[in-house]
Design a binder for this molecule. Structure first.
Ligand SMILES: C[S@@+](CC[C@H](N)C(=O)[O-])C[C@H]1O[C@@H](n2cnc3c(N)ncnc32)[C@H](O)[C@@H]1O
Ligand SMILES: [Zn+2]
Length: 359
């Protein structure tokens, strides 16, 4: 059991609450533990309380209530992605997983959170290339100074990254441990890690987290954007930990974090109030939350807030935060979020941000 698994907990839902048992690796002859260096690449975590099992795939623990359903739902894309990335899933692991999937076929299966949707298998290599380009330009949008397009950049202080940096300085200078929800490629997780904060990133996208992990191991992002090869070095004392998990049911023990980032995710969650409940639980009393949202595309979270607060998005979000025991320490309405959708398309969104304190 590495130190990174200390904070992780079981997320099995019971009628009287979530299990939250501690997790440890089990030795199974069918699903061996495969390590690279001192990191577990493949293995099985089990809950000490309810015995639920959680696989670790290519170094990423899948800590969802239905981890195998997630894996089965996303298996072909993950499998091909890892093959494409040059680190195919070992046969012995595949064999074991297929046995699990077979058992699942015989039992009713509930819907799961999907990693990514909509890629046609026969266009696979072209699609893989497309999503790599997507993520690679995505990573460049906010905090790469050297993105090759000569478009006017928003002034640093008003940009999303500028705002987050300023807020981390002002409100989380003493933080020892931080969580980044919906971390995607981990840009802001690394931002915390660079400040000597022990950092954790959570997302539902396997591919994004894998890229984040490669960046952690290689101490930098390496990618091609347009016709340029870009290397963005990352500096941190301790590499962040990345895990598949849901912002609505976090796989962490209570009071674990001094600071939680929720950057542009509340607008897409079906039940934003569940994320706030979970943040409150995992944050230590007096801890800080930095929450931003562009309220764009009318995601499910935006629609839920519109419904509940009669169209008053910003007021509604503040009310929701207060009702979850937070006080508002700062608010900013005109954050410029610059999104490189792909090499030749850049969109500027106006985002809204709050700094919250857990009372
Ligand atoms: C708009 S992106 C924001 C990424 C990152 N925070 C940033 O600002 O660069 C939203 C992210 O939330 C993730 N996501 C969606 N639903 C989630 C959930 N239930 N739990 C955790 N992450 C989720 C998506 O995979 C995606 O990476
Ligand atoms: Zn359990």
């Amino acid at each position: 059991m590495g130190p990174m698994y200390r904070l992780y907990t079981c997320v099995t839902p019971f009628t009287d609450g979530t299990c939250r048992g501690s997790l440890d690796f089990i030795a199974s002859p069918k699903m061996p533990r495969i390590e690279i260096g001192n990191q577990v690449e493949y293995g099985m975590l089990a809950c000490s309380t309810c015995q639920a099992q959680y696989p670790v795939i290519a170094g990423i623990p899948i800590l969802l209530a239905k981890p195998f359903a997630y894996l089965r739902e996303n298996f072909s894309i993950i499998d091909r992605y890892l093959k494409y990335a040059g680190t195919p899933i070992p046969q012995v692991v595949k064999k074991h997983l297929f046995q699990v999937f077979l058992t699942m076929l015989r039992t009713p299966n509930e819907p799961v959170v999907q990693s990514r949707k909509g890629y046609e298998p026969h266009f696979l290599s072209c699609m893989l290339q497309r999503f790599l380009t997507y993520y690679q330009t995505y990573v460049a949008d906010e905090w790469s100074e050297d993105f090759p397009l000569a478009l006017p950049r928003p002034e640093q202080p008003d940009s999303l990254s500028g705002t987050l940096r300023a807020w981390l300085d002002a409100y989380a200078a003493e933080a020892k441990r931080g969580l980044d929800l919906g971390c995607n490629l981990g840009g802001y997780t690394f931002e915390m890690a660079g400040r000597q904060i022990e950092s954790y990133g959570v997302d539902v996208s396997f591919e994004a987290l894998h890229q984040a992990m490669l960046a952690a191991r290689g101490r930098g992002y390496r990618f091609t954007a347009g016709d340029k090869h870009i290397h963005k070095p990352l500096e941190f004392h301790k590499a962040p930990c990345f895990t598949i998990g849901s912002a609505e049911s976090l796989p962490f023990t209570d009071d674990s974090f001094d600071v939680v980032l929720s950057v542009n995710i509340v607008d897409i969650l079906p039940q934003p109030q569940r994320m706030l409940t979970e943040i409150r639980r995992c944050l230590r009393p007096g801890g800080t939350v930095i929450l931003t949202t562009p309220f764009m595309y009318f995601g499910e979270g935006t629609l839920a807030l519109l419904d509940t607060y009669s169209g008053q998005l910003e007021q509604g979000l503040k009310q929701l935060c207060r009702s979850h025991g937070f006080t508002i320490a700062a608010e900013k309405d005109d954050i410029i979020w610059r999104l490189n959708e792909y090499a030749r398309k850049i969109v500027l969104y106006r985002a809204y941000g709050l700094v919250l304190r857990a009372g």
